[in-house]
Design a protein around this ligand. Structure first.
Ligand code: AMP
Length: 448
């Protein structure tokens, strides 16, 4: 199966080849032709499956055939729950579109709004945005949706977990009825299916991982250990196994900072990404980690969601997450795009409830491995698989949701119920776009 046979044309196929992609991934095989046909798509695909290219490549393909964006207009809106994911998706759009006469921009909170308003002035073909900042920009008339053709919701489950459902409703109410809708989510809970009903119309359903299961290329086990001994155990594991690139998940920002101090005192290069770090510090830490200058990246769930780190061999759950679903997201960072990975959880006696919830969600008991010298004094009781079905969660109240994101919203957008959706994308109806001198000038990413 080749990328060209999925309906992608030469400039895109060339870029994909330059990225070293030899064959399309399963989600790409299913999503690309459907999106080019103008169908709505609802896809259960984790980070690591190649989902970003799965929606970006066909969108770019069809965008070239339409009218370019007018002042402050946006033709494709990609909504992501976190800034990091927005930045990564924005980078992918710019990379995949570099041979095309299109321009893209990325906007998220936590940084100055003025440069973002400047970027949007002349209009952008593809805008990647987090919901709060998008509403702020709209309330200041910096972004308009009259020309909008495609809406993408990336990591929709995370968007709901983070309490963005009110913002989503506001955004949906601002968008034109005629548009194509693409919804991607790591898991498809009943809550997500409910949201999907108000967004996608007669979608092509794609599932590349069975519902609520973890990627099969990931070897997972847990090591019972006393809480106090976790830092020493992690250090020993890193040194004994000579791990060069480890992503370590912790539950709290303080916990992340404490662990960094410990690792550094042991001579291990480490950096943290969490909500108290500035956007610049987070981006720097991620870049250093990717290029191997930092051996250990310690992250909270919120900060790490959707991080694209190629073929990460090793993930450690230093603490188990409070929300069982986060376990699936965490270990989705390893065993990416067919590569094998390992996910190890350090579990103390206090975490038995979280462990039970995770095992219930993934429908399997995690193998236990004791490590010499770290046998716990406080036993982690053996777990028994709870096979009762899991009830859908109630959505968070707006106040709780804002606190969870550590973010305040200011927006003048009115709340309305979502409008009915179109069956066909307007980009299907658009005329072919003429290229200057027969050559596309290349996709521009507007800088602030
Ligand atoms: P994503 O699931 O979008 O986060 O993508 C995960 C990683 O897979 C990214 O680093 C992509 O560069 C890579 N990737 C995407 N498509 C392919 C492909 N067809 N072959 C190999 N790698 C790919």
């Amino acid at each position: 199966m080749s990328f060209a046979s999925l309906g992608l044309s030469a400039p895109i196929v060339e870029v994909v080849a330059a990225q070293g992609y030899k064959t399309p991934t399963p989600v790409q095989i299913q999503a690309i032709p459907a999106i080019i046909k103008g169908r709505d798509v609802m896809a259960a695909a984790q980070t690591g499956t190649g989902k970003t290219a799965g929606f970006t490549l066909p969108i770019l393909e069809t965008l070239c055939k339409g009218r370019s964006a007018q002042a402050n207009q946006v033709r494709v809106l990609i909504l992501t729950p976190t800034r990091e994911l927005a930045a990564q998706v924005g980078d992918s759009v710019a990379t995949y579109g570099k041979n095309l006469p299109l321009c893209s921009a990325v906007v998220y909170g936590g940084v100055k709004i003025n440069p973002q308003m400047m970027k949007l002035r002349r209009g952008v073909d593809v805008l990647v945005a987090t919901p709060g900042r998008l509403l702020d920009l709209h309330s200041q008339n910096a972004v308009k949706f009259d020309q909008m053709e495609v809406l993408v919701l990336d990591e929709a489950d995370r968007m709901l977990d983070m309490g963005f459902s009110d913002e989503l409703k506001k955004i949906l109410a601002l968008l034109p009825r005629q548009r194509q809708n693409l919804m991607f989510s790591a898991t498809f809970s009943d809550e997500i299916r409910k949201l999907a009903k108000s967004i996608v119309h007669n979608p092509v359903e794609i599932s590349v991982n069975p519902r609520n299961t973890t990627a099969t290329t990931v070897e997972q086990w847990l090591t019972p250990v006393d809480k106090k001994k976790k830092p020493a155990l992690l250090t020993q594991l890193i040194k004994d196994n000579n791990w060069q690139q480890v992503l370590v998940f912790v539950r709290t920002k303080n916990g992340a900072d404490r662990l960094i101090r410990h690792l550094e005192s042991e001579g291990i290069n480490a950096a943290a990404i969490h909500g108290d770090k500035s956007q610049g510090a987070r981006t720097r830490a991620l870049a250093e980690f990717k290029k191997g200058a930092i051996r250990v990246l310690v992250a909270t769930d919120l900060a790490a969601r959707g991080l694209d780190i190629d073929q990460l061999p090793q993930v450690v759950n230093f603490d188990l997450p409070d929300v069982a679903n986060d376990y699936i997201h965490r270990i989705g960072r390893t065993g990416r795009a067919g590569a094998r990975g390992r996910a190890i959880s350090l579990v103390c006696a206090d975490e038995i409830d979280q462990l039970k919830a995770i095992e219930r969600l993934i429908k399997q008991l995690l193998t236990r491995k004791l490590i010499d010298g770290f046998e716990p004094l406080h036993d982690v009781p053996p777990s028994r698989l709870d096979t009762r079905p899991i009830k859908p969660k109630k959505p968070k109240k707006p106040k709780q949701a804002k606190a969870a994101r550590g973010e305040a919203q200011s927006t003048a957008a009115k709340t309305q119920s979502p409008k009915p959706k179109s069956r066909k994308s307007p980009i299907q109806k658009n005329q072919s776009r003429k290229l200057k001198n027969g050559k596309p000038p290349g996709m521009k990413k507007r800088q602030g």
